[in-house]
Ligand binder design. Structure first.
Ligand code: GLA
Length: 505
């Protein structure tokens, strides 16, 4: 249960015949280039139903692994060379050397290459082996063929899929036969940090803990893991999840200084200012070694209001606490500050000089901004975390109007994306609008945003109408030359799917 599964056939894919054709193709390419394969690893992408940009503040989100994945097939080389082929011709074959003397790989993140995602997976695997299995730390090079079906920049965690898959493959190729989901998650959550993106952990956790037919509630503190849960059976028509990729690439890496990483800085600074204004000292356990918004509201409720400690599970208590968070954000930031704070203003609010502020918040990951929008960002974190708990409440006692209720929470979530986290785009908004007018109960941007995909909830009887509306009113209008294959890849009916695994065929 707790170990990464090792599958002996391809029946974990909903369509195993299609999977067999795909794997035969990968094996054929591998044979041509490198001979006989020895190891196979795979890791899926994810879709997040609700709760985005909250993992860095350690609030739970509700993702699931999806069917599209990255498969890697490998054998050992006789030296330290690593030779990589990607079956997507967009990505050139490439090679590098593992460092001598079993040193850990280093990554030059200023040179962008798809191989960086492989390297960051290998790097965290090397560290794990050195610390936990020194007997397996005489590192050997590998030949690898990758095949990915998670669209790049589609907001479905293609980067987590390739880095988790690479870490798992490297571990197996160096002789590790078993690894727990917990350990693989713990080592891979930081993998993209080596590329300069301060990601939170939801993607890797979903890719690793996913199971067929089950969504996940990801817990971050005190332990990072995915708790499995099922959707209720909806009558008379089954619930259907549709993902539509806007085909506007979300490049988390390139835009990190003004988008993703900046949000993480804003959450950190907001938590410290809110805590200071309430005379609270926070545990410094964020990715930037600062306090978090969860740490702030937990502390406030316990120390100032005398509430019981919230273990992250009790739904009613979570809802009460998150509502308190929202209330505090409204009162603790002044009206003037609601438009944002300059570096000088934020430093002053913390009794720091600008240099001290820079050293504390702006050193680890480079960011650019005029004003830190602390009010909006913290409002989003509490609001979307509250949305997660509202969905959990709904799941615990599904109403007769389950889909209408779920949809309206998803639509609220989309609204806070637009207004507070500011990660939606015109295309995402258009897609949501078309979908809601044509059979979707709820539609929202999924993942980091700034491009990428929208997740919709509908029912089996409405899916055709929804599909057609998006096809004609968005895709064929915006991309008049779109092919049938491209359309099929962009508009995907999905279901919760199997998480990362080794395969032995
Ligand atoms: C990206 C990050 C995740 C998470 C989402 C937004 O996918 O990798 O850690 O923050 O954005 O929810």
């Amino acid at each position: 249960m707790g170990d990464i599964p090792i599958y002996k056939d391809l029946s974990f894919y909903p369509n195993s015949d299609k999977a067999k054709t795909r794997f035969d193709h990968i094996f054929g390419k591998f044979k041509q280039s490198f001979g006989d394969y020895e190891f196979i690893a795979r890791a899926p992408g994810r879709v997040n139903l609700i709760g985005d940009h909250i993992d860095c503040s350690y609030f739970s989100s509700l993702p699931m692994a999806i069917e599209t994945d990255v498969v890697a097939v490998a054998n050992l080389t006789s030296d330290l060379s690593v030779n990589l082929i990607n079956l997507d011709s967009k990505y050139e074959p490439t090679s590098f050397q593992l460092p001598e003397n079993n040193e850990i790989l280093t990554i030059d993140k200023s040179i962008f290459s798809w191989a960086n995602y492989v390297k960051c997976g290998f790097l965290v695997a090397q560290k794990y082996l050195k610390e936990n299995h020194p007997e397996l730390s005489d590192f050997k090079g590998v030949n690898v063929v990758f095949d990915g079906t998670v669209p790049t920049g589609g907001g479905l965690s293609s980067s987590a899929a390739i880095s988790v898959c690479s870490a798992l493959l490297f571990l197996r190729s160096q002789g590790l036969k078993e690894i727990t989901k917990k350990d693989l998650t713990a080592i891979t959550v930081v993998s993209e940090h080596y590329l300069g993106v301060n990601t939170g952990g939801m993607d890797q956790c979903a890719s690793i803990y996913g199971e067929f037919g089950k969504a996940l509630l990801v817990h971050y503190k005190p332990n990072l893991y995915g708790e499995l849960f099922s959707f209720p059976k909806i009558q008379p028509h089954d619930m259907v999840l549709l993902i539509s990729n806007t085909l506007v690439e979300a490049n988390k890496f390139e835009t990190a200084p003004i988008n993703y990483n900046l949000r993480v800085v804003e959450f950190a600074v907001a938590s410290e200012i809110l805590a200071k204004r309430c005379d609270l000292t926070l545990v410094q356990d964020s990715n930037l070694n600062t306090g978090t918004l969860k740490g702030f509201v937990d502390n406030y409720c316990e120390q100032k209001l005398g509430w019981d400690h919230w273990d992250g599970h009790n739904i009613e208590q979570g809802i009460k606490l998150l509502n308190k968070g929202l209330e505090l954000v409204e009162t603790l930031f002044t009206d003037e500050e609601k438009d944002g704070l300059t570096t000088e203003q934020a430093a002053k609010a913390l009794d720091l000089s600008v240099d001290q502020f820079t050293e504390r918040f702006l050193q680890k990951f480079h960011v650019r901004y005029e004003k830190l929008k602390l009010y909006k960002r913290s409002k989003h974190v509490f609001y979307d975390s509250l949305n997660v708990f509202k969905v959990l409440k709904l799941l615990s006692a599904p109403s007769d109007d389950f889909l209408t209720d779920l949809g309206s929470i998803m639509n609220d979530s989309q609204q806070t994306s637009i207004e507070n986290i500011e990660n939606s785009t015109n295309e995402i908004n258009d897609v949501c609008k078309i979908a809601l007018a044509n059979g979707s109960y709820g539609s929202r941007v999924t993942g980091a945003g700034w491009g990428g995909s929208v997740v919709h909830v509908t029912t089996a009887d409405k899916i055709e109408g929804l599909y057609d509306a998006l096809k004609t009113q968005y895709y064929q209008k915006k991309f008049p030359n779109i092919t049938q294959d491209e359309l099929e890849a962009a508009l995907v009916i999905t279901q919760p799917s199997a998480g990362a695994s080794l395969v032995e065929l």
